[in-house]
Design a protein around this ligand. Structure first.
Ligand code: FES
Length: 142
């Protein structure tokens, strides 16, 4: 006999795959780079117009982002966006990271439904602010 709960889960999974790309589902279910980075060189917290908040921490060596971590109280897509934006930043030149935009996050995820595209803006904006925080701290230390 078919397990009704298993059947329901299969239906939900199939519905999710119709709305989101495999990459979005993967990053939402198994987010990379989550949580506080002790001793971070750059940090930002930003609350988007939807009321969701993201934080990003950066560890920078020379001009290279050694590690980028995030946290959010937002929806599954904002988790996917935080995960992807930190993946995009890791190992990159700090000035390059300043140029990472909402579109870059969306492209890397294979896009999001219209109503969720602002989650990528939240992630890209928070990254930009964390980079700016790092650059401010660096110039203050000189
Ligand atoms: Fe606000 Fe996703 S709904 S970030």
């Amino acid at each position: 006999m078919d397990d009704p709960l298993e059947k329901l889960q299969e239906e939900i999974d199939a519905e999710m795959r119709e709305i989101y790309t495999e990459t979005v589902i993967d990053h939402a279910m198994n987010p990379r780079n989550v949580g506080v980075l002790p001793g971070a060189d750059g940090w930002a917290r930003f609350t988007g117009p939807c009321g969701d908040t993201m934080e990003i921490w950066l560890k920078v060596e020379g001009n290279r982002v050694e590690q980028a971590n995030f946290w959010t109280d937002g929806c599954g897509t904002s988790i996917a966006c935080g995960s992807m934006v930190t993946e995009l930043a890791k190992g990159k030149n700090i000035h390059y990271c300043l140029e990472i935009e909402q579109e870059d996050v969306l492209n890397a995820l294979g896009d999001l439904p219209e109503e969720s595209r602002h989650c990528a803006l939240l992630a890209a904006t928070t990254l930009k602010m964390a980079v700016e925080d790092y650059l401010d701290r660096r110039s203050a230390a000189r």
